[in-house]
Design a protein around this ligand. Structure first.
Ligand SMILES: Cc1cc2nc3c(=O)[nH]c(=O)nc-3n(C[C@H](O)[C@H](O)[C@H](O)COP(=O)(O)OP(=O)(O)OC[C@H]3O[C@@H](n4cnc5c(N)ncnc54)[C@H](O)[C@@H]3O)c2cc1C
Length: 1017
């Protein structure tokens, strides 16, 4: 199978790998068990921004600081580690004003209006609008990990980590508003010590009953959080409880804070709760030592001595959080939203003035460790930059120690649909287990994604246990589900780290031995005997160097399942959306989707305005590994059995995109439900040990994944994989050495698998007579698409047999083609032969295509299966012609190109480009260039998401379906033109624009084509 792997990434990898080898010479690249740190190899980090002031944190004060710095002439960039800005208010759920607090600034008023409390959506939207109207570029989902320094030792920027990998931001002044002052700690700033012992935390719970207990003090606030039940339904008022909890802490490590958080949650989250804080509210005593200190009562933002925010002896740095130099009484008052925003403004102003007086930093570096600090480990991560095509140079990072935050048998990254069950299962087998989750809840799409309902799937085994545990039927309460999963993990002694992001892999001798994790306390390593990558995006496998597949298919075709991002009211469990194309591995795309939807949903005013938006992009398709085995569409119809079945699935083809497997190009269908077994080999990235990939990141063709991705089955898959991971841990990470039969026996006992799988063998290859029979069976195949979902025709099953045995089938197909004189039968044989690369039936196909002088009814890319995402009769004939690669096919396909108009539907464009990329001829240049020159055809790339041309707030909106289809047509025609030889750089120019598009799929596809990828073998 042909796969897409960006070349730049490969180059960066090779460079990094060479350096690591040079540095370690003869040392084995192992992170030593028990080590307190490992040494990360030297690397080059791409620079994403170069600004006067960088603001880290995404708090309301960070936002006002950024806006004020911008207004005072500084160039500014801001990052937030949560999926939004306004973190101090929303993540702490501290959304109310105390009596006497009066909004004065425009932003204060935009948040609170005349009320005493604000919804999370009102806060987030007001923050977005403040940044956008001030023209401050910003990104969410980014953790600041390291401070950069210039040659004189001045702080000169930051390094951040996010879905796109790791990038540097050069800056003259840094405002560190991170939750634990992670950047200031990397300078020479002095900090007061962290004293082990009892610490006091606050936590808010919305809804449910007040909880009582030792070390726990609850108070019911004198405001309610109000949320509509639907657009027109009643508004429910939910009580709000603020708890003050005392917890013993032995140190200030990420593990200690994570344990404290789980203990707090255990005490305060009750049945009926609808929402809660994302993180603990905490006033630290280990503050920075500032130029001055604020003691006692808070003097007010206007009067306070701002030098308390400047670490003593460190220039160009502000600490904008409770870690500024002040005591707890002052900090408590300073953190009240109106005061915090006011102090942010003062700091932003001062930072801009300071930056103006400074020259641009020179020779910015990420300092390495002194020599002799131990063997070097290879840390794999994404280093291609935010956009491969737009880089501001590189920063050298010397070999550096990375702290080891923990050591486990099994580390599960991603506590979602498949990950949380994997963790529970591994822990139940006695493995020391850690689950690392970016959000503050477990269950993924089925909870945070508000898809609290099953679609098909086998509700048995662990899935049934989970459903029984929360009283779920077809639907469930998402808060209850997340809480049940959390308590099951803790009951089995697993650890959970919320708000932590898996962003790298430690790899030694082809084996993953740990993960790199960005936590609120900084970036470090967790060593593991087995890693379960349950990110749904194969994030860790990708970092470890696994080959992956995503929007650019095996055929070099751009196609991706539509996704959504829902609004959320308190009590909502199911808001299924399907309106956009989003690249989950691209921080810019994810930021853009979330921000634009906050602006859209935030438009509603009054009691029926949504309470919030979701926290997780609901993407139906994500990056998948190329596994030891890749599940195919024909496997599903053939109900192929395997000796190593790890999970069983049941659904129809629930697609939200055009198909691209040869099987469905021959005949498309939604199908009735199919049952299919998935082999353990689909979870094993080719060539890598020590890691299993579950969920949407496992190895399956795109079209096959639409059927094996249902929650009941992925929960069971995660659970079975968790047991396998526990066994792998005992074999020092050898994923291929476990006794899979033992897993199957135990899973059959627990009802996860049918007993028969224990005795199953591979049902391929099928017999010659079955193949001959199948060839006879496809003569009735229809070219229409059957989206009714009720029946599967016998001819479809026959087609699957042929597609699974192409080489063996071709002689039978040729023979059948020659023997029959019935037109429809001949067309079917000719089409299937051509799709398999055989040209015996090409004259017949040419005659058919030529006879159809006008387009038949085609289909756009849209959310409805019945109205879009399928090919027409003529489309299928054109595609087959192209696949034949017969030069005679060129002329009829080009004639069809000349009847394409900007208004022609996308399926016809896809058909023509699918064919032309196989025929790859310079003769296509003329017609394609002519098409691109037609009025209205070009100019659909969105390269600058924030400019005033988009209106008051300045943000480009997500493309409507019409705009999405127009952009799709432009990019695929430009790509085909470029691949056929180009016309005076017309194709190249368009692709270069799209390589900067706000949509990650368009950007990476354009770059892939420019890099010479994206053509069929
Ligand atoms: C819009 C939509 C509608 C659907 N409708 C249905 C339906 O009605 N019924 C049904 O059964 N199925 C439905 N599905 C399918 C099903 O919900 C998903 O296929 C399934 O939930 C995916 O599970 P997963 O474990 O792969 O990913 P997820 O459930 O998304 O879990 C991944 C988890 O990993 C976390 N994460 C990701 N990256 C990192 C990282 N680097 N570090 C730390 N944490 C990370 C995420 O925050 C998330 O919690 C739908 C899917 C979508 C998108």
């Amino acid at each position: 199978m042909r796969t897409y792997k960006p070349r730049k990434r490969l180059v960066a990898w090779k460079l990094a790998y060479t350096l690591s080898v040079l540095l370690s010479t003869a040392e084995i690249l192992w992170a030593q068990p028990g080590a307190r740190s490992i040494v990360e190899q030297s690397k080059q980090i791409p620079v994403a921004y170069d600004v006067d002031v960088v603001v880290v944190g995404g708090s309301s004060a960070g936002v006002t600081a950024a806006c004020e710095a911008r207004r005072n002439g500084a160039s500014v960039f801001l990052i937030s580690d949560r999926p939004y800005v306004g973190v101090d208010m929303c993540a702490h759920q501290r959304l109310w004003l105390e009596p006497g607090e009066k909004p004065t600034s425009e932003l204060d008023k935009a948040i609170f209006g005349k009320d005493r409390w604000a919804t999370p959506l009102a806060v987030k939207k007001a923050m977005d609008e403040a940044l956008l109207t001030a023209s401050v570029p910003y990104l969410t989902g980014c953790y600041a990990t390291e401070a950069l320094f210039d040659e004189r030792g001045n702080i000169a920027g930051i390094v951040m980590v996010n879905r796109s990998g790791r990038q540097a931001v050069k800056a003259k002044v840094v405002i560190d508003g991170s939750r634990h002052a992670v950047l200031a700690r990397q300078t020479s700033a002095a900090f007061r010590g962290f004293e082990p012992g009892k610490k006091t935390f606050r936590f808010i719970v919305v809804g449910g009953e007040m909880q009582y207990g030792e070390n726990l003090l609850g108070r019911k606030l004198d405001v309610t959080y109000d949320s509509p039940t639907s657009r027109r339904g009643p508004v429910v008022k939910y009580p709000v409880y603020e708890y003050t909890v005392s917890i013993d802490m032995k140190d200030g490590s990420p593990a200690s804070f994570a344990t404290a958080e789980q203990e707090v949650r255990n005490l305060v989250i009750s049945r009926g709760a609808k929402d809660c804080s994302e993180v603990l509210y905490f006033l630290p005593e280990d503050t920075v030592v500032g130029e001055s200190r604020i003691e006692g009562s808070w003097p007010g933002a206007a009067q306070c001595d701002i030098s308390a925010y400047r670490p003593r002896g460190v220039s160009r740095l502000y600490v904008l959080s409770a870690y500024a130099d002040m005591d707890k009484i002052a900090a408590e008052n300073m953190l009240r939203p109106l005061e915090f925003m006011a102090i942010g403004r003062r700091i932003g102003r001062e930072a801009a003035t300071m930056a103006k007086a400074l020259p641009s930093p020179d020779r910015v570096e990420l300092h390495g460790a002194s020599s002799g600090s131990g063997p070097v480990s290879f840390v794999g991560e994404g280093l291609t930059g935010l956009r491969a095509s737009k880089q501001l140079g590189m920063i050298l990072a010397g070999p550096r120690p990375l702290p080891v935050f923990g050591q486990y048998d099994v580390v599960v990254v991603g506590g979602g649909t498949s990950g949380a069950p994997a963790g529970i299962s591994a822990a139940r087998r006695g493995s020391k287990t850690l689950v690392i989750e970016y959000l503050d809840e477990l269950g993924g799409v089925g909870t945070a994604g508000l898809i609290g309902s099953y679609w098909r799937g086998n509700r048995r085994g662990f899935t049934q246990e989970n459903d029984d545990g929360i009283g779920a039927g077809q639907r469930w309460d998402v808060v209850a589900k997340s809480e049940w999963l959390r308590r099951q993990l803790l009951k089995n002694s697993a650890d959970i780290w919320f708000c932590s992001f898996g962003c790298g892999a430690i790899v030694a001798d082809g084996r993953v031995t740990g993960v790199v994790v960005a936590t609120p306390q900084g970036r470090g390593v967790v060593l593991a005997k087995t890693v379960v990558d349950a990110t749904g995006n194969a994030d860790i496998a990708f970092c470890a160097g696994a080959e992956t597949q995503f929007s650019v298919s095996a055929l070099g075709v751009l196609s991706v399942q539509l996704a959504g991002f829902p609004h959320r009211n308190l009590g909502d469990n199911y808001n299924n959306t399907c309106y956009t194309m989003v690249d989950d591995t691209d921080v810019v795309d994810v930021w853009h989707l979330m921000t634009s939807m906050r602006l859209v949903h935030g438009k509603s005013q009054g009691p029926h305005a949504p309470y919030d938006v979701g926290q997780l992009v609901d993407s139906r398709e994500r990056r998948r590994i190329i596994g030891e085995y890749t599940l195919t569409t024909q496997d599903i119809l053939n109900q192929r059995t395997h000796p190593d079945t790890i999970s069983q699935h049941m659904s129809n083809f629930d697609a939200a995109a055009f198909p691209d497997s040869a099987m469905l190009l021959a005949y498309d269908m939604k199908g009735p439900d199919f049952r299919v077994d998935m082999p353990y080999r689909c979870l094993l990235p080719k060539g890598l040990d020590g890691i299993l990939v579950v969920g949407l990141g496992a190895s399956a063709e795109r079209d096959a994944m639409t059927l094996v991705r249902m929650q009941p089955d992925l929960q069971n898959q995660g659970y079975a994989a968790g047991m396998a991971a526990a066994m792998v841990a005992k074999l020092d990470g050898c994923t291929r050495k476990i006794d899979i039969k033992e897993v199957q026996r135990q899973m059959a006992k627990e009802g996860v698998l049918e007993r028969r799988v224990i005795h199953d063998r591979d049902s391929y290859p099928m017999s010659k007579s079955a193949i001959a029979e199948a060839v006879d069976g496809v003569k009735q195949l229809s070219r229409q698409h059957d989206q009714s979902g009720s029946v599967v025709s016998e001819s479809m099953k026959a087609l699957a047999v042929i597609m699974a045995h192409p080489k063996e089938s071709i002689p039978f197909l040729r023979d059948a083609y020659q023997r029959t004189s019935i037109r429809n039968e001949r067309i079917n044989y000719a089409r299937i032969l051509a799709l398999l690369g055989d040209n015996a039936g090409v004259p017949m196909l040419i005659a058919e295509v030529s006879a159809m002088t006008e387009w038949d009814e085609g289909y756009p890319y849209t959310s409805g299966r019945d109205v879009g995402n399928v090919f027409s009769d003529l489309d299928r004939l054109i595609i087959a012609l192209g696949y034949s690669r017969d030069p005679r096919a060129l002329d009829p396909v080009l004639r069809k190109t000349t009847i394409l108009e900007p208004s022609t539907v996308l399926s016809h464009y896809k058909a023509v480009t699918l064919a032309l990329r196989h025929l790859k001829s310079p003769q296509a240049i003329g017609p394609l260039a002519k098409l691109l020159a037609k009025p209205g055809f070009r100019g659909h790339a969105i390269t600058n998401p924030i400019t005033t041309e988009y209106g008051a707030d300045g943000l480009s909106r997500r493309r409507s379906f019409d705009q999405l289809n127009a952009a799709f047509k432009e990019i695929i025609i430009a790509a085909t033109l470029y691949q056929c030889g180009d016309d005076r750089n017309m194709g190249r120019t368009i692709l270069e624009q799209y390589s900067q598009d706000v949509n990650g799929h368009f950007a990476s596809y354009a770059q892939a084509v420019l890099d010479g990828k994206g053509l069929p073998n």
